[in-house]
Ligand binder design. Structure first.
Ligand SMILES: [Ca+2]
Ligand SMILES: [Ca+2]
Length: 335
């Protein structure tokens, strides 16, 4: 057993192992299988519609101009190009993009928004919003993911604020990730542009995508005296992006071992089911006084697209005598 764990050591180990795997014939087979699964997967609820603006209209995005202090509608539009003081903005992809500067928005601090709401797949544990943004001078964008229950009550909200590309005049990738809270019925993606320079919102978006398939629940938990431990993961798994693992409902103040593997084996183990192959030394943790664990980490660079990782926690439960509880297994697949 290895420990105590730095969050970096998990991702370091994964990327090191990945590089070894890349050389093996089995790896090529695994990748082909994963690619086949991804290609045959149905559209996941939660995907954005017209995220690339190629429909040529704003539909089904909803513009909200209530934060504008002056100016005439439309302020938000779908265009093939946008004049501004600096270089003319052209699409990041295709023939159109979203501009927040068709007409003036108003004084510094004014803002406009567009949003889109989609149902959440009940099996989704987290979502990943990605896209491209471009801004001019001090104007900035804000990308927010919101979850609401069936009666429209806000359950949780995660925002990436102050997106600003300054004077590069280049499209820049951004990503935001969020756990799907219990009881979530739908997910709203909200993009805001705020004026700080001049009276126009020089904030532009393209290639917006919402993915719910990066993390998958594989079940096969083993209940302990406190109930069924629950493992969830969030993160877009893009190079240098934030990720997080959460363990809940485990025995408080107890040793917990994170098993990480590159395949799903589902073999009987300690009265339960071991979901991942044991390709790395398990990582040792201790649960909190509330029986939970939060493991933030940064996803490394160098992990190829379409690779899957399998994870499961095994927690020492109610000793003595030593018995184990296990979380559900989860699968993470790089985009
Ligand atoms: Ca486009
Ligand atoms: Ca401006």
């Amino acid at each position: 057993m290895r420990g105590p764990l730095r969050p970096e050591s998990l991702t370091d180990a994964i990327v090191a192992q990945t590089r070894e795997e890349l050389d093996s014939p089995m790896h090529t087979l695994t990748r082909a299988l994963v690619a086949g699964i991804i290609m045959s997967a149905p559209m996941f609820a939660g995907d954005l519609i017209n995220g690339d603006a190629e429909a040529g209209t704003l539909t089904p995005w909803v513009a909200d101009l209530s934060g504008a202090s002056s100016g005439s509608s439309p302020i938000i539009g779908v265009v093939p190009s946008q004049l501004q003081t600096g270089p003319t903005v052209l699409p990041a992809s295709g023939s159109a993009f979203f501009t927040f500067g068709v007409n003036a928005t108003g004084a510094s601090g004014s803002f406009v928004e567009m949003s889109q709401t989609q149902p959440v797949d009940a099996s989704a544990m987290s979502v990943c919003l990605t896209g491209k943004v471009q801004t001019e001078l001090d104007d900035f964008g804000t990308a927010t993911i919101e979850f609401r229950d069936v009666v429209g009550t806000l359950l949780s909200s995660v925002a990436l604020d102050f997106l600003n590309t300054q004077a590069t005049y280049e499209w820049t990738d951004f990503s935001v990730t969020a756990f799907v809270p219990p009881g979530a019925h739908d997910c709203t993606v909200r993009l805001r542009g705020t004026v700080l320079s001049g009276s126009f919102t020089n904030v532009f978006w393209d290639d917006l995508d919402l993915d719910t398939s990066t993390w998958t629940d594989l079940g096969n938990g083993l209940a302990g005296i406190g109930g069924m431990p629950r493992l969830t993961g969030a993160g877009c798994l893009l190079p240098d992006s934030a990720m997080e693992l959460r363990l809940d409902n485990a025995l408080p103040m107890s040793p917990a071992f994170l098993v990480v593997g590159f395949s799903e084996i589902n073999v009987p183990f300690k009265g339960g089911t071991l979901v991942p192959s044991v390709d790395l030394d398990p990582f040792a943790f201790q649960t909190s006084a509330l029986g939970s664990l939060v493991i933030p980490a940064t996803w490394p660079t160098g992990v190829p697209s379409g690779l899957s990782f399998f994870m499961q926690f095994w927690i020492l439960d109610a000793p003595p005598p030593p018995t184990f509880a296990a979380s559900n297994g989860i699968r993470a697949t790089t985009p």
